[in-house]
Design a protein around this ligand. Structure first.
Ligand code: ATP
Length: 288
């Protein structure tokens, strides 16, 4: 048995890759023995992962490995067959997608899901409204408290848009934005829900290299400004290796390695299962 096999799912070893600064705090997310089956086939199998409060963590693996399913479990789109998820130390068993969002988990999707006919700022305000507190009467009668809350929400939305330099596009129709800007808007909308853990599903998909570099800077900026954790699924290895502090590698629903970018890069199991497969795919393509 190799060293890697010994440590895959060893609970204590999961703490070892947390950034030093996060070790004294309750992890923002702990998945323990998380599993889900579809039609008797495991899509995610005994998934164990701890994410530190301010960590940028990558989830990588070949197509169909189970990465998006993990995000769907963390956001309660699916309930697990076995195992549990703690958010900020709190068991999320039985929570709905809205409840887990209120508990601090927000996400973006592989395929952009904006309200394309609404303005940029309205898309952000929708994210915020889950968390705006005034009663039906205040809202229906447009009482002063309503206008005060709306003004504060608008100011906050503009501030969030300014992270990506998008405040001047606030009134543009979301669907009219270029592709990269729509992806950035999705991140702003997720941030508007005030998450402790932001899940980004392939944030760099379809972006050109300069947009990707800018995105990497912005992911850092978001983490540093809001002091939150970010977990991302990404096929762009330069982005993953460039910004993630901890990386987990999935293959056929199982974690086959966890470690720092450097550890992952030289892990023979990963090279075989993931990078090796890519090389094989490339050879197939070249052979055609
Ligand atoms: N609702 C579902 N019903 C049946 N099977 C599902 C369902 N959701 C996911 N799966 C299966 O679970 C497995 C993992 O899929 P998933 O989309 O999580 O992979 P992935 O790693 O995100 O892949 P990619 O990188 O291509 O997005 C696949 O075999 C998929 O067909």
């Amino acid at each position: 048995m190799s060293d890697y096999e010994l440590t895959y799912n060893d609970y204590d070893s999961r703490e070892k890759i947390l950034p030093e600064r996060d070790k004294a705090y309750t992890p923002v997310m702990e998945a323990i023995g998380l599993s889900i089956e579809f039609g008797g086939l495991p899509a995610v199998d005994d998934f164990n992962l701890t994410v530190g409060r301010t960590e940028i963590c990558g989830l990588i693996g070949p197509n169909g490995a189970g990465k998006t399913t993990v995000f769907n479990l963390l956001t309660k789109v699916y309930q697990p067959t076995r195992g549990k998820i703690l958010i900020d130390g709190r068991d999320t068993k039985g929570m709905s997608t809205i409840q887990v969002n209120r508990a601090g988990v927000a996400r973006t999707f592989q395929n952009i899901r904006l309200f394309k006919n609404l303005s940029v700022i309205d898309n952000v305000l929708i994210g915020m409204h889950n968390h705006t507190h005034y009663n039906m009467l205040t809202s229906t009668l447009r009482l002063p408290k309503y206008w005060k809350a709306e003004k504060a929400a608008r100011e906050k939305a503009l501030e969030l848009l300014s992270i990506f330099g998008m405040q001047d596009q606030a009134d543009a129709e979301a669907g009219s934005l270029p592709y990269g800007a729509q992806r950035r808007l999705e991140i702003v909308r997720a941030l508007a829900t005030g998450p402790k853990l932001l899940l980004l599903d392939e944030p760099a998909a379809g972006m050109n290299p300069s947009e990707t570099t800018e995105l990497m800077e912005n992911i850092h900026k978001i983490r540093d400004t809001f002091r939150i954790a970010i977990m991302l699924i990404e096929h762009d290895m330069s982005l993953v290796m460039g910004i993630c502090e901890g990386i987990a590698v999935l293959n056929y629903g199982k974690i086959i390695a966890k470690g720092t970018p450097e550890e992952i890069r030289r892990n023979p199991v990963v090279i075989e299962a993931y990078l090796g497969k890519k090389r094989g795919e490339k050879q197939d393509a070249e052979g055609q």
